[in-house]
Design a protein around this ligand. Sequence first.
Ligand SMILES: Cc1cc2nc3c(=O)[nH]c(=O)nc-3n(C[C@H](O)[C@H](O)[C@H](O)COP(=O)(O)OP(=O)(O)OC[C@H]3O[C@@H](n4cnc5c(N)ncnc54)[C@H](O)[C@@H]3O)c2cc1C
Length: 393
Amino acid sequence: MIDFALDDRMEALREFLHGFAVDELRPRARAADVSGTVEPEVIARLGEMAGDRAAIVPSLRSDEGHDGPRSDGMVAVVGGEELAWGDAAMILNIPGPGLVGPSISSAGTPDQQRRFLAEIFDGAGPRFGALAVTEAQAGSDVSNLRTTAVRDGDEWVLNGTKVFCTNGARADVLVVNATIDPGAGRSGQRLFVVLKGTPGMAVGRIERKLGLTASETAELVFDGCRIPFDHIVGGEEALRPASGFKATLRAFDASRPGVAAMAIGIGRAAFDYVTEWSRTEIPRHARRRPFVEARLAATERDLAAARGLARRAAWMADNRIPNSKEASMAKASGPRAALRACVSAIEIMGPEGYSREHLVEKWFRDIKVYDIFEGTGQIQRVVIGRHILGRLD
Ligand SMILES: Cc1cc2nc3c(=O)[nH]c(=O)nc-3n(C[C@H](O)[C@H](O)[C@H](O)COP(=O)(O)OP(=O)(O)OC[C@H]3O[C@@H](n4cnc5c(N)ncnc54)[C@H](O)[C@@H]3O)c2cc1C
């Protein structure tokens, strides 16, 4: 039987991160939401936390280039939930590879894993990675992608515009998907690494958003942007026609469980908060009690089920078991369960839940995007359905 109970190391990690969330994230959540920024000294503190976290359960770097089980999937789901419980927007400011991690570790060569992760881990000051896939006309419909990568001797030349890229403006290492054969649809697509400061790459507009306001979301413009030939993720192997879009899909399979877990963290924040509120306030609102009990019961059930799906998908990724369907199941479930948790929290609290006196309204604003980025909920259900019918192309 597969047991997803946390071992001692993972439990120590969870406790450490929960403490960090309580002491460092939650008290600053409202100020960051209002200002839309995270102060440099707080980013430095987030960086220290990331170092301490890696010391408890070595993740990405220790996994490089060996074939045994990894731990980074489980670290992402256990850690993502605890940190998002503290504040989902601030944690997108944690220095580190971000979505570059799953892209490079799942599809990069061992040499690329070493080199590009070193750009982030070994550089001076806080350093960031970002993944730029979405274009104005191509998000769910990736076959519509227009960014091109044309080979010119020992370089690639990138042209195109990416939108809604988390940490795009500040990224030291950017993974970009582009087509090397515009007529080939998805199978023409490859991932490329672009380092900060590469001529021909410019930051466009910074989005103003409903939620996750303290997280930077940028447009990126590539205009004759030249990168070395060996920045194609997967190296020479990636040139084979069959490899195509698979690298992008593998990256999503690796990252979706962690994104689902972050959503669950937001939902659990709302659930914990409204549970405490109910304990003290229900005597004042005795008529609400049956409704409150029913909603809390449904929320706890939904979050527990979603957590199980996220941990299963992460465990499969760590054990190198294909997890595309399970990753989509986790991603389809976590944000939905968490959105219901946030709605329930507001409805249980009545008008107080809508007030900025409480963080519940912020969690309600923050959670929606988890059903949008890394593939929308609708798209996850399409993926699951195609797996069931055996028609995933
Ligand atoms: C805050 C934020 C941060 C983001 N960060 C990143 C990032 O770091 N990197 C990145 O590359 N992208 C990022 N994105 C972009 C995000 O991944 C896309 O917005 C998302 O994949 C949806 O694509 P789209 O915008 O083209 O919407 P569309 O694909 O146009 O979808 C619009 C609606 O139609 C539905 N729909 C579309 N096709 C189907 C279908 N076949 N069946 C059923 N329903 C369908 C969708 O579910 C959605 O509800 C971010 C977005 C936001 C809001």
